[in-house]
Design a protein around this ligand. Structure first.
Ligand code: HEM
Length: 137
């Protein structure tokens, strides 16, 4: 839930671009051939109409009932893209393994020197880096 909430507020891929090679229907939207679509993940992930008035807040509990029930639209959360091209399964397993290996040996806390200034250079990242203090267990 924490990983999903981080990906909601700070999606590593902030937008996806899709090209319609042939006329396509998406719900009641008709997309002509040749149209380029930009799917603004970052904006969709923070839209209060989808996530509620607390959309800007870090609340992992919104994923308690799974990804599809986390927002008002079951397709609103797609930080890994959609369908056969998604790398969600592999990336989440990899992240869980990495966290398990770290948490086996260390507890950690955010350093008081950390300042929260997310900015985007290709991908969102902490402008002044993220200082973490590790405590060996
Ligand atoms: C937080 C982790 C990750 C996020 C948020 C992420 C997100 C994405 C997104 C949004 C796409 C575009 C999907 C589309 O075209 O619709 C993508 C594609 C891809 N990702 Fe990731 N990814 C992550 C981790 C990884 C990892 C760990 C790997 C491999 C080691 C990986 C390999 C790929 C590859 C090969 C593609 C291209 C797939 C294709 O075009 O068919 N990703 N990823």
């Amino acid at each position: 839930m924490i990983l999903y909430e981080v990906l909601r507020l700070y999606p590593p891929v902030i937008a996806l671009y899709q090209h319609a090679y042939k006329e396509t229907k998406i719900g009641n939207l008709s997309v002509q051939a040749g149209i380029d679509l930009t799917l603004l993940i970052l904006l969709i992930n923070r839209d209060p109409q989808l996530w509620g008035d607390d959309a800007e807040e870090f609340k992992p509990g919104r994923f308690t009932e799974g990804v599809s029930k986390s927002s008002k639209d079951q397709t609103a959360f797609f930080p890994f893209g959609w369908g056969t091209r998604t790398c969600q399964n592999f990336a989440i397993i990899e992240a869980k393994i990495a966290f398990a290996m770290i948490l086996k040996h260390f507890s950690f806390e955010l350093s008081p020197s950390y300042t929260h200034v997310p900015y985007t250079v290709m991908t969102p990242q902490p402008q002044h880096e993220a200082q973490i203090i590790l405590h060996p267990l």
